[in-house]
Design a protein around this ligand. Sequence first.
Ligand SMILES: Cc1cc2nc3c(=O)[nH]c(=O)nc-3n(C[C@H](O)[C@H](O)[C@H](O)COP(=O)(O)OP(=O)(O)OC[C@H]3O[C@@H](n4cnc5c(N)ncnc54)[C@H](O)[C@@H]3O)c2cc1C
Length: 510
Amino acid sequence: MEKYDVLIIGAGVTGTAVARELSRYQLKIGVLEREEDVCCGTSKANSAIVHAGYDAEPGTLKAKMNVRGNQLIGELAQELDFPFRRNGSLVLCLDEKQYPALQKLYEKGIANGVKELRILSREEVLEMEPNVTDQVVAALYAPTGGIVCPFHMTIAFAENACENGVTFHFNTEVKTIFRKQVADAAESPEQTDIEKMYLPHDTGTWQLVTSSGIFEAKCIINAAGIYADYFHNMVSEKKIHITPRKGEYCLLDKTAGTHVDHTIFALPGKFGKGVLVTPTVHGNLLIGPTATDIENKEGINTTREGLDEVLTKSTASVKNIPTRQVITSFAGLRAHSDGDDFIIEEAVKDFIDCAGIESPGLSSAPAIGEMVAEILRKKYALQEKDNFISTRKGMKDFQKMTLEERNEQIRHNPAYGNIICRCEMVTEGEIMDAIHRPLGARSLDGIKRRTRAGMGRCQAGFCSPRTMEILARELQIPIEEITKSGRNSQIIKGTNKSSFVDTFKEENRI
Ligand SMILES: Cc1cc2nc3c(=O)[nH]c(=O)nc-3n(C[C@H](O)[C@H](O)[C@H](O)COP(=O)(O)OP(=O)(O)OC[C@H]3O[C@@H](n4cnc5c(N)ncnc54)[C@H](O)[C@@H]3O)c2cc1C
């Protein structure tokens, strides 16, 4: 049985942000994640907007965490080296009758402490964004709004936490949690553990039964996304309920990426912020999401109706969207709590909830990390480490290098001269780096999230077999074991396994 002071359930942006903040302190910390990598839940499928913070009701945790998180992300993007751009956002008012709603949004923003908010005239909006619909009458402008790469931000938190001593257990699904019994406590004194424990492990200690055995922790952080109600309700009398609220998107090719420069929102409705049109930090155009409550916590399929709705509603805000340039579609599930706010508190003794973390959860993650660390610091009188590493270097991005830098990089490591993904211009060197970094990639999707190989126009049609070969070679495993996204997602199944890659390469002349 492995013992920890703190175990975090879930390696999404919330769990990893908490892990990174807690890794400042003298604690033995573990993260339990049911998938094969970080960022496999909602954190990988969202709008990637760092919201300014005018949307949430003043006084709520959502409002507080959003505004603080927005501020922190700017600093963290520098410290931890992940892509982030303050492109600013516009909420459009398309009818004079809607003006009071726009004004109300402005006032909420001021109450929440959002800086530099302004209401723009029709002329100002059109000058800023010529592709916005001609029906626009005014807009709320938030210069502090931004766009981020959710994969890179989550991976950056996780890598930095890992470097500061946090242990990640992947393919480890938590099944049940219970309090340790008195008899067990006497039998297994904490001194027997190889690594030092900093908090007392007593009869109040938790046991977590997982698909990879039993773990023990003094304190649990529940960051299980849409499953956070499951764990909360396992330990608390006061039940909570989380509804998966599905959002569907279309992602457009980079040729459409400059269609707008700011993030363009419609006025928010009952189910949230509505369909937006935004550039991404990688230069694509993203349109969506829908908002539909569903029962199935695994229901991340897209639907004809959902994507039609995205196409129709986005064109109401922005004209001439080149919808023929859609390269893929996807869906994510918001963890909507019945109370309509984040739940960040000690639910029962030594069990801290980070539940109901729907939008703006990505924007809020650093602030949630800070808040949870502060709860634990006070509760257990935590001591800071003197060797905390606050910075991290991200991956080299060959595409962004100058010609001189590229040549220098290839001289240093010739693998950077071998282009694997043509659409995104990703090199063998970058893929090897993605595999050998702390918490390195183990699957095609893991490589995709770290390097963008397979994210471009052909959506991995060309590079998959070559990436699989590199994965197999570097991990020293048979190619048949390479998966798309862990579990049973092997790409090569059936009898003709060995010839698959050769045939594919021959057919595609690569
Ligand atoms: C459509 C949509 C649009 C959004 N847009 C934005 C936006 O633009 N800006 C913004 O700020 N926010 C946005 N959000 C919200 C944001 O994406 C989420 O708040 C955030 O990603 C939640 O992160 P999380 O770590 O709490 O959850 P997740 O990323 O879901 O992580 C939870 C993790 O727990 C793991 N887990 C679950 N059960 C178990 C178990 N039994 N054992 C072990 N591990 C388990 C899961 O595998 C998962 O990795 C959006 C969300 C959606 C769905």
